[in-house]
Design a protein around this ligand. Structure first.
Ligand code: IPM
Ligand code: MG
Length: 353
């Protein structure tokens, strides 16, 4: 039986991961394929318990697991630690790097019943259906970083190897081939050498995909175009930090950051997590939106276990609950039926039946 390692992490991670597990268990209840869930520590919770944001035991369990479900890491309690020990760098980034999870897939699709939840006009967001492929183990996040004295200074290096660009761009073309055959590579080639190199490699990879319409866009323009006319995008592929920023922005095209799921893959292994953070301000109140994590669970069934039908069942159940007018606080308008975190999880389970 395949093993899923659950790493709730910190903040709302503790509340949203149980809802995703609940939904996964429910969808596989009468299915020949079942999953075994194991639990581990990551982030601040791991620092408190064993003194390290990514304990060796967690990494070993992650390496042995067939898939990983992660909540979120970080919080004010650990913000004063030296950067390499903090939950983000020492926990989340460390596990992404150690498992080689270079491809972060973040689907951005507007569900018709949520158009009003977006701060953007209905006609702008109603047909949004795009996916962002964020490079996840290189670029600005992982280059050499450091401090200097005289003058007092700091630096972060943005470096990419040919292979790192090739593999993510390749996946971008493959994803586009299964969709509307449009790939937009986002860079800052008017300023950055690493971006000019990214573009060069992208053009080389493009030769193998003549059917895909490839465009290049500067990241500042991409941010603007995403709110001006998001429908123009099918697949976006981009550098680690550009992808981090653009996906928070793009989450509002779906009404709330509480809706954006993600899969981080390296071919054989997958880690699934909502793209939002640990939201310390609302943690422990049973008000966080568990849907991004529940939808990340659907991505796990799709990408790690080939259970496409069950993945769609979860996606349809989420849509049904929203269609019935149920919302978590982040999505709610006056008059909506507001549910807590656990109640939203229960509602999705019920809708599966
Ligand atoms: C994300 C998050 C993380 C990132 C943080 C928590 C380190 O913002 O997954 O987008 O920057 O990658
Ligand atoms: Mg982010």
């Amino acid at each position: 039986m395949p093993n899923v390692l659950v790493l709730p992490g910190d903040g709302i991670g503790l509340e949203i991961t149980p809802e995703a597990v609940k939904v996964l268990e429910a969808v596989l209840k009468d299915h020949p394929q079942s999953l075994k869930f194991e639990y581990g520590l990551i982030g601040g919770a791991a620092i408190d318990e064993v003194g390290k944001a990514l304990p060796d035991a967690t990494l070993e369990a992650a390496q042995a697991a067939d898939a990983i479900l992660l909540g979120s890491v970080g919080g004010p309690k650990w913000d004063t630690l030296p950067a390499p020990q903090r939950p983000e760098l020492g926990g989340l980034l460390a596990i992404r790097k150690a498992l080689g999870l270079f491809a972060n897939i973040r689907p951005v699709k507007m569900l018709p019943m949520l158009v009003d939840a977006s701060t953007l006009k209905t006609e702008v967001v109603k047909n949004v259906d795009l996916v962002v492929l964020r490079e996840l183990t290189g670029g600005l996040y992982f280059g050499e970083k450091g401090r200097g004295t005289n003058p007092r200074s700091a630096f972060d290096n943005l470096i990419y190897t040919e292979e790192e660009i090739q593999r993510i761009v390749e996946l971008g073309f493959q994803t586009a081939m299964k969709r509307r055959k449009k790939l937009c590579s986002v860079d800052k080639a008017n300023v950055l050498e690493s971006s000019r190199f990214w573009r060069e490699i992208t053009l080389e990879v493009a030769k193998n995909y003549p059917e895909v319409e490839l465009t290049h866009m500067y990241v500042d323009n991409a941010a603007m175009q995403l709110v001006r006319w998001p429908e123009q995008f099918d697949v976006i592929v981009t550098e680690n930090m550009f992808g981090d920023i653009l996906t928070d922005l793009a989450s509002m095209l779906m009404g709330s950051i509480g809706m954006i799921s993600s899969a981080s893959l390296n071919g054989s292994k997958g880690l699934y997590e909502p793209a939002h953070g640990s939201a310390p301000d609302i943690a422990g109140k049973n008000i966080a939106n568990p849907l991004a994590t529940i939808l990340s669970g659907a991505l796990m069934l799709r990408y790690s276990f080939g259970l496409e039908e069950e993945a769609q069942k979860i996606e349809r159940a989420v849509e049904q609950v929203l269609q019935e007018g149920y919302r978590t606080a982040d999505l709610a308008k006056p008059g909506d039926k507001v549910l807590g975190t656990r109640e939203m999880g229960d509602a999705v389970v019920k809708a599966l039946k």
